[in-house]
Design a binder for this molecule. Structure first.
Ligand code: SF4
Length: 279
């Protein structure tokens, strides 16, 4: 069998038509992508008008992201509500309130509260609430995944959660979680990694384990490359768009047990071709 890396544009044109359910709402994946772009635009408007209220809004968006995947179960909406209820103004930024938000934290309440405390300290003490400066640094260093970011160095955060936080404001930061990476690997798009120049330097390692730093950095470059391959086409997709596309697709069709027979890309996906051939 001839092995050819599937074309990202063909893949996206087929899977963005699928309907996906999230938080009780069903939309096509394409509509979810548009919604995500709208959210990024809205969040960036908060940066344009400096106020205590907007500082708190931005902080809560970041906190929600760095906590969400470290909580047990699907708790996205619950965390948002808890953050709203307990952190209304800057005066509410105290340990006692943090503990009320993280009762479900994977490593215990104290560690969850410490994460919030460290993030708050960074923005309040180190950056004096200068979110514009923070996001500007992230924007300038997106190619190298903003490796010197202090938020990323906080215990229990790391690249994946930090990138999820940045993805709310910057389209070049995709949080490469296991679900997204699994789909990319199955389709065969991981092989686009052979075309990444800096792989030779040894600072990256080709692989699909987001918990390994060198492999995570490779995955970051891979998504940037895939995004570039969509440039100049009818549908240009940013790294965050691609993350959203594969995330919804992975929850809907290409789940832990893939549903290849009912998959619209089974004739171009490398795994689909093999599984369907062997039936
Ligand atoms: S063909 Fe199968 S493995 Fe490939 S994307 Fe579809 S469900 Fe996943």
């Amino acid at each position: 069998m001839e092995i050819r890396i599937p074309d990202i544009n063909e893949i996206c044109s087929k899977i963005t038509r699928i309907n996906a359910k999230f938080n009780g709402e069903t939309k096509s994946i394409n509509e979810w992508v548009l919604k995500c772009r709208e959210d990024i635009n809205k969040n960036n408007l908060l940066l344009k008008e400096k106020s205590n209220e907007n500082d708190m809004r931005i902080l809560k968006i970041i906190l929600q992201s760095v906590l969400i995947r470290a909580m047990k179960g699907e708790v996205s909406e619950k965390i948002r509500v808890l953050l709203e209820e307990n952190l209304k103004t800057k005066e509410d930024l105290i340990l006692e309130n943090y503990k009320k938000i993280v009762d479900n934290y994977r490593w215990g309440i104290d560690k969850g509260a410490q994460v919030i405390s460290d993030v708050v300290s960074f923005f309040r003490e180190k950056l004096n609430w200068d979110f514009v400066e923070y996001f500007q640094r992230a924007k300038e260093d997106y190619e190298n995944n903003f490796q010197k970011d202090k938020i990323k160095q906080i215990k229990h955060i790391g690249f994946k959660l930090r990138d999820l936080a940045l993805s709310n404001f910057n389209e070049n930061y995709a949080a490469n979680d296991l679900h997204v990476v699994r789909v990319i690997t199955r389709i065969g798009l991981l092989n686009e990694g052979f075309n990444i120049e800096c792989l030779k330097s040894g600072s990256l390692e080709m692989g699909n384990n987001p918990s390994d730093e060198k492999q995570y950095l490779f995955l970051h470059k891979l998504i940037l490359r895939l995004s570039k391959l969509t440039k100049g086409t009818f549908n240009e997709y940013s790294p965050v768009d691609l993350d959203r596309i594969f995330w919804h697709f992975g929850r809907t069709v290409c789940k832990s047990t893939p549903n290849c027979n009912n998959c619209p890309i089974k004739d171009i996906c490398l795994t689909g071709k093999i599984l369907c051939l062997n039936k």
